[in-house]
Design a protein around this ligand. Structure first.
Ligand code: NAP
Ligand code: F7E
Length: 337
């Protein structure tokens, strides 16, 4: 049985990837942070299989900022595959916590790579790189050869992690690969990201709980895919015959305004009656436009994205309406970044 070590297991991608790895017969070990409130909601449904039996899923306390912890865990688990999905993943928050974001996202990656190297583990390493590396780009489509120009502490920290991964591959012959993933969303998306903020808010407006939705820049364009599709690729990147870097994207771009239009019109509402622009949600520097070219992944990993924009928006809207109906008064929306 293959053993995988997953950082960021409690997050959106961590939960989809764990589901996939368990279905493929892996033993999965996840790094979890201690927090004052329990945050295992996304992985709780995975503890038992369809027959009600316990699955080989093990959680270990730790943190990407703690080298000793990472060394001890990797020594004990001795995984064949390491997926580094853990990160302070919010771009706007990274402007407020640049040092912390750099420590976790950049140095945290080096800590993992260094532990694998020093322990001489025979482990393949996946780094969750991001389209935020491209930032202020003039390329109509971004691929593996497009120059990087990050626009936030999140972006520059992920840039260092990207290059650390490439360097450990080139210097030490390690199987270390980057997936440069464009935005991917789902009903499990964090509530502070714009797509989920919109779909939660729409569900609350429909239920009569909210009257308005406060947002920042509606002109930004993103290449939004479905997280369930993308995590299959994360796994395939580590099964490829050699370590390499791959762009994962749908190749279609839409503005935040188009997302709003699609979501609200699906439920027969005019978004312009509800949305207020609030400078609190603007960023010191913005990434205006992203649209990925994943031809390399399609050619070498045999993959095409399945879920299209409209289907993704509707899936998220329907899921949030259903969730609100199942616990009507339970949801207190907190100020989202
Ligand atoms: P997410 O839902 O925000 O999950 C982030 C995960 O990282 C959570 O499990 C979180 O744990 C964990 N984490 C945060 N700080 C940590 C620390 N100091 N030590 C250990 N773990 C820590 O993110 P996601 O959307 O699943 O994204 C997964 C990865 O892909 C991230 O690295 C993200 O930057 C990157 N990425 C995401 C996208 C996207 O569109 N989703 C695109 C490109 C790249 P808690 O639950 O305890 O907070
Ligand atoms: O913002 C605009 C905002 O926070 C998208 C992360 O997963 O994808 C994600 O980063 C756009 C931006 O995602 C609000 O200004 C308007 O232009 O949903 P987001 P992101 O910044 O693209 C990349 C690939 C990652 O790697 C990251 O980890 O929407 N926007 N109004 C808003 N954004 C937020 N969050 N909240 C607003 O009210």
């Amino acid at each position: 049985m293959k053993r995988a070590f997953v950082t960021g297991i409690t997050g959106q991608d961590g939960s989809y990837l764990t589901e996939l790895l368990l279905a493929k017969g892996y033993e999965v070990h996840g790094l979890v942070r201690r927090s004052s409130t329990f945050n295992r909601g996304r992985i709780e449904p995975l503890y038992l299989n369809a027959k009600g039996e316990k699955v080989p899923l093990y959680l270990h306390y730790g943190d990407l900022s703690d080298s000793g912890n990472l060394f001890a865990l990797l020594r004990k688990i001795d995984p064949q595959e390491v997926y580094n999905l853990g990160a302070q993943s919010h771009v706007k928050v990274s402007f407020e916590t640049p040092e912390y974001t750099s420590d976790v996202n950049a140095i945290g990656t080096v800590r993992l790579l260094e532990a694998i190297r020093q322990l001489d583990l025979d482990a393949r390493f996946y780094q969750a790189s991001s389209s935020e590396l491209y930032g202020k780009t003039s390329a109509l489509k971004q691929d593996e050869s497009t120059p990087f120009h990050p626009r936030s502490p999140y972006g520059f920290a992920k840039l260092m992690a990207y290059w650390a991964t490439v360097n450990y591959r080139e210097s030490y012959g390690m199987f270390a690969s980057n997936g440069i993933l464009f935005n991917h969303e789902s009903p499990r998306r964090g509530e502070g990201f714009v797509t989920r903020k919109i779909t939660i808010s729409l569900a609350r407006i429909l239920a009569g709980l909210d009257k308005e939705l406060r947002l920042g820049n509606l002109d930004a364009k993103r290449d939004w895919g479905f997280a369930g599709d993308f995590t299959e690729l994360i796994w395939r990147i580590l099964q490829h015959k050699e370590a390499d870097d791959f762009v994962i994207a749908t190749g279609e771009t839409h503005s935040v305004r188009e997302f709003l239009q699609e979501a609200f019109s699906y439920k027969g509402l005019d978004w312009q009656k509800y949305v207020k622009i609030d400078p609190a949600y603007m960023r010191p520097a913005e990434v205006d436009y992203l649209c990925g070219d994943s031809a390399k992944a399609q050619r070498l990993l045999g993959w095409t994205p399945k879920v299209k924009f409209k289907e993704l928006v509707r899936m998220m809207v329907d899921a949030d309406i259903k969730e609100l109906q199942s616990k009507p008064m339970a949801r207190q929306i907190s100020p989202n970044p």
